[in-house]
Ligand binder design. Structure first.
Ligand SMILES: Cc1cc2nc3c(=O)[nH]c(=O)nc-3n(C[C@H](O)[C@H](O)[C@H](O)COP(=O)(O)O)c2cc1C
Length: 231
């Protein structure tokens, strides 16, 4: 395999939402995790803790979370019982973030032929999160609850390193905050201690290039727009 330049690895990373069944060796995952751990962190605290799920264990967790997700759809009252440990998103959305969020959501659904009000199809698409989009590996990342906000910055660098390093091995990823609602099921399942909080999950594997969902490429605001030069 031809090695990618850092720029190519960064630009070719995208959230892949359909994977082939081809597995990833433990050796490769350890290589990626060691590369990810080269991320900087405040005073080198290295706040990451990782759980790798595959095979029957992954299938078991996916089944349990899919069942919970379906039960909430059948009885929305149950949603109250499933809350993430931290706010990834604001409670009240505002521009320009809400606009980008909508553009992203409807862009993806539009590509998949899902229209407004098509609740069953939306449910089915979102549910794929809880199958790790068919990936053979799903990683779960936790952090000690007592750490400060800065450690979440460190964590982001670790996660990005992991995703970029995965590209270097011809692998793809999808970071997944969707799992966070089910942390009360996931944390005991993976054997996390009481002081751990779920940061997010991540699907890892080989992209299924025949799936239209993987043709979804997201735009970015250009540097001129978000940068101010003070001279
Ligand atoms: C921490 C984090 C959590 C995310 N959670 C989900 C998720 O649960 N499900 C999903 O389909 N995409 C998820 N995404 C992917 C974003 O939607 C995606 O990064 C964004 O739309 C930009 O697209 P790109 O990753 O293809 O460049 C997540 C991304 C990040 C960084």
């Amino acid at each position: 395999m031809k090695s990618l330049t850092p720029a190519d690895a960064i630009s070719s990373r995208m959230s892949v939402r359909a994977f082939t069944e081809e597995g990833v060796s433990k050796e490769t995952i350890i290589k990626l995790l060691n590369l990810a751990a080269r991320a900087p962190s405040g005073t080198n605290t290295q706040p990451w803790k990782v759980y790798v799920l595959e095979g029957e264990k992954l299938q078991d967790l996916c089944n349990q979370v899919c069942t919970a997700y379906d039960s909430i759809a059948a009885n929305p009252e149950l949603a109250k019982e499933f809350k993430p440990a931290y706010d990834y998103y604001p409670t009240k959305w505002f521009s320009p973030y809400i606009d980008r969020r909508r553009e992203n959501g409807w862009g993806l659904y539009g590509l998949l032929g899902i229209t407004k009000g098509d609740k069953d199809k939306m449910h089915a698409q979102h549910r794929k999160n809880f199958t790790a989009f068919g990936a053979p590996i799903c990683l779960f990342f936790t952090i000690d609850k007592e750490l400060g906000k800065g450690s979440m910055l460190d964590y982001g660098m670790f996660l990005q390193n992991f995703m970029i390093a995965a590209r270097g091995e011809g692998l793809d990823t999808c970071p997944q905050a969707a799992w966070n609602d089910y942390s009360k099921m996931i944390l005991p399942f993976i054997g996390a201690a009481d002081n751990e909080m779920l940061v997010c999950g991540m699907a890892l594997g080989y992209a299924d290039q025949s799936e239209i969902v993987n043709t979804f490429h997201t735009p970015r605001v250009g540097a001129e727009e978000f940068t101010t030069w003070i001279t």
